[in-house]
Design a protein around this ligand. Sequence first.
Ligand code: FES
Length: 632
Amino acid sequence: MIKVPNIVLRPGNINVEAEQGSTLLQVIQKAGIPIVSICGGRGVCGKCRVIVVVGTENLDHLTNAELRLLSPQDIKRNVRLACQAKITGAYVVIYIPEESLITSRERAVAPVTLRDDIFPLTPLVRKIHIKLSRPTLKDNRSDFERLREVLVMQGHLPAETDLIIPLEVLRELPSILRSSDWDVTVVLYGNELVSVEPGDTINQLYGVAIDIGTSKIIACLVDLNSGKTLAEDFLENPQLAYGADVLSRITYAEKSQENLVKLQQLLLSAINKLIKNLTKRAGVDQRDIYEVVVVGNTVMHHLFFRIQPSFIARSPYVPAISSSFKCRARDLGVEINKHGYIYSLPVIGAFVGADAVANILATQMYKSEEPVLVVDIGINTEVLLGSSKIILATSAPAGPAFEGFGITHGMRAVLGAIGSIRINDSNVEYETIGGAKPRGICGSGLVDLVAELYRNGIIDSLGRFTVTNHPRVRRDHGLWRFTVALAEESATGAEIYVTLRDIETVLLAIAAIKTAWTILSGRLGVDPSEISRVYVAGSFGAKLNVDNAIEVELLPPVNKERVIFVGESAIAGAKIALKSLKARREVEEVVKTRVKYIELSADPEFREVYTKLIRIGSVKRVKSSLKKYESD
Ligand code: FES
């Protein structure tokens, strides 16, 4: 009889029955352990490391990917890549180190610097406390008509309003009116009567704004009577276990309906956890939340609503819906008031989603007479350029380098990450997040490093080392590298360095973003140096050195006073939409009439411009040759 392999996962000694031939990654995911799998199990990122404690002989041989990504010391310590190691025998015990787990610990969210009170407080959901007269034989109007007429009489509803009452609310209405002695609070969602509650509950009216990012989910609990944010929180997006970028998630989701459901459930459980945390912290009952406004890129939007995202990734790159969308929270399983709603802002295109719309709203760029640029830096960087007349939107496949993935000593912006670097001849200075001993280099540190290496003449405009006698430059196993932190300075006891390949990866990420703003500038006929404001959104936050970001052309060559760091600004846009119906309608109209989406991957100029822009200092030469949008 063939024995079912038994895999023990540590820490925790979790026993999982596995199938012969399945990978350790599949087993770990089956156990619900949030392991990092940036490349979605393709053997590219090298982040799904586990240590085999018992049963190395019960796993398949090391694959080529492992031989490439693991060092000889790793191999000696029985480190395997979980996505590569296939089970061939009956019993294996593995240890999953902390750095291979998705964890929010220590992770910082860049503070939002944009205001969310720029519109008058007019939420779509509102509560009205009313007292009704009891019916009599002379006045035996129906319960619903009686209630409706009071609302009209007291000026809460225009007489011509077609007030909608869902069947389940109608069923409850007679008993609630009588048990509360005709003293009730009516909850209106637009022109729909979503709930009737006994007594006066108008003080308990809350909403939640959520930004579903590819790597993290941010949520805010808002008091819809005062407009104040009562609590905010965030979690890593648990879908990270299925790849860091949206394409890996699409690939996973389209394999089966079961996978699609799994990705949605991961989002829902994280969102419900966030809602629970927020309400607990603020002392609010979850049942008093009547609306959740969600924003997120188009793939996150589809996965949240459990819409198959396959067609987003294939030409002609079509989302299922682009207008705003709402549905009952309970139909999705979001744990708020049973009659509450989920509302999503519109999406702009396949790779520019409702989070970009939230940025349009929060920055108010559609009211500017001068051109404004919004760059939301992430794995998929969204770029918007425009003014009150027109806004062009696109996305740049920057990849996960700025999150520290795919870089030898890259890491996210958490405690111990080198966030800024200065090089003066042979002297290297750096600062870490939280002042801790360095553990790696995060996105802002990588931008600094490339700029400083270039300024000091250590690399050329293509990132190649031009100096070999610098004390920090040396060759190891045939690869040139630059040491940022010496072994004795680091938290790990090992040198923290970048290789030539790392520098090239950062230059490619920068090139993707500058290609986006260069092409958009060309299409609008705007010289990048004339852009009046540059909003930098995303987790870089104010840690990014503006001079260096401009030097390596991550940002256009504007006066640095015009660069504004707005942090995770999409959440500010979501809050504005939650608090103001006027704002919601305004931005819906802007998206419909003034925003034009440009699919860069289908743009004939993209490849050509991108290739030219990999070189630092290349923007000037490229920009004049671009086509204008009007001529399309
Ligand atoms: S190498 Fe295993 S998930 Fe990327």
